[in-house]
Write a protein that binds this ligand. Sequence first.
Ligand SMILES: Nc1ncnc2c1ncn2[C@@H]1O[C@H](COP(=O)(O)OP(=O)(O)OP(=O)(O)O)[C@@H](O)[C@H]1O
Ligand SMILES: [Mg+2]
Length: 256
Amino acid sequence: MAGNAVASSPQPAPSPVSPPGEALISLRNVTKTYGVGATAFQALKGVDLDIAPGDFVAVMGPSGSGKSTAMNILGCLDVPSSGTFQFRGVHVELLDRDQRALLRRKYLGFVFQGFNLLARTSALENVELPLLYRGDAKKARRETAMAALETVGLTDWWDHTPAELSGGQQQRVAIARAIVTRPDVLLADEPTGNLDSERSVEIMQILAELNSKSGITVVMVTHEPDMAAFAHTIIHFKDGLVERIEKQHAPGQVVA
Ligand SMILES: Nc1ncnc2c1ncn2[C@@H]1O[C@H](COP(=O)(O)OP(=O)(O)OP(=O)(O)O)[C@@H](O)[C@H]1O
Ligand SMILES: [Mg+2]
């Protein structure tokens, strides 16, 4: 549980369809409407979704089907217009902005298509940032961030700025930054969207290894079936709804 971060918020009884401890993430009849009145657009139309701890999920579907909207809700960046979203049994839709920020900082890591690294800042300093926000001392920050860079195979590149790194290397720095706080869940919205296929496979291998070795639950949006093939579960979105869920192979099973 998120400790004192959410302890004071009202908590309805757990939903009977998702007993505590089973689903890590549980959406029930989630809708999201952007805008109001005549310009209102319903991007999610009643999504039901459970994600088990330790799963590796690929989210697929046509452009505009609601994938990023759903990811923003899973990432506690946005809230549903209606419906419920439980994360670790906590009803996130009842939390305020600050409580959601605490959940994010403690349990979630984010990777984006565009890497989102600070320019003119070394790989190491980029990875240290979440630890700085958390208040870690300088020496501990260095050591933890270097260990995260080692996980993504960038030990030798720690003092390079993003401009001095390839796209694939920049995304590896972004992954190191996302995992440096040891989150439960890594959320990645088209993490290989800006990379060629060879670099994309390298990124997928890192995500698969984080999932299998560190037990991080990975939820990743991708348009590419080759990348989705690394996941255990594929969730297909269509027109703001989950169209179908495909189970590919058991967690822990070696792929590709
Ligand atoms: N902030 C917003 N304001 C208004 N409409 C939005 C907003 N964000 C998304 N939408 C609309 O909601 C729908 C779903 O968008 P979303 O970004 O979730 O799609 P997506 O599945 O991620 O698509 P893509 O594959 O192109 O990234 C789209 O029609 C989009 O135009
Ligand atoms: Mg999107």
